[in-house]
Design a protein around this ligand. Structure first.
Ligand SMILES: [Fe+2]
Ligand SMILES: [Fe+2]
Length: 176
């Protein structure tokens, strides 16, 4: 099998490998967004409406908050599976923050501080709340977006948060 060089249309990161993964290994979007490296175009310079600017600010702060919260759990948990899960989720949310930052181009990031506990079930329930909030917000931001690039990004990332919610539900069953 040939080695492929694919690039994610959403996060712009590059995947090099033989078999197509089900999702972008960086931002977690479905593999339909992984395109041939030669076909990639940067589409992040967008003329934004005021409402989309406001929604991107909120999206950036949701993603930064989730990145910090998940990183805290990854560093605090004594359960290897919980630590691994949240290490992965933190990386993905960081990629989401990077995507929104590339489109919004803010002068600075909002100040974010998160604390967490080493209680696995409490962490999973907090994550479930966060992913639910994110999914609901992205579906509203998607309705309000008129820019094609934003519609694409909100749709793809909303689906990823939905996958995280499904993972939370699976893990909650295990740790109950
Ligand atoms: Fe990606
Ligand atoms: Fe996210």
């Amino acid at each position: 099998m040939d080695i492929k060089v694919l690039r994610c249309k959403i996060c712009g990161e590059v995947f090099i490998g033989k078999a197509l993964p089900s999702n972008c290994p960086y931002c977690g979007v479905e593999n339909k967004f992984l395109i041939d490296g030669s076909a990639y175009k940067d589409e992040n310079d967008v003329e934004l409406t005021d409402i989309s600017k406001k929604n991107l600010e909120k999206a950036l702060s949701i993603e930064l908050s989730n990145t910090a919260f998940y990183k805290c759990i990854a560093n605090t948990s004594t359960e290897p599976l919980i630590a691994a899960m949240f290490k992965g989720l933190s990386k993905i949310e960081k990629e989401h923050a990077d995507v929104f930052r590339k489109i919004l181009k803010p002068e600075s990031d909002p100040e974010i501080n998160e604390t967490c506990s080493d209680d696995s079930l409490a962490s999973l329930n907090s994550s479930k709340e966060r992913e639910t909030r994110a999914t609901v917000f992205y579906s509203q931001a998607l309705k309000e977006a008129t820019e094609n690039r934003l519609k694409e990004v909100f749709t793809a990332i909303m689906k990823t948060e939905h996958d995280h919610l499904a993972l939370d539900n699976e893990m909650i069953k295990k740790y109950k």
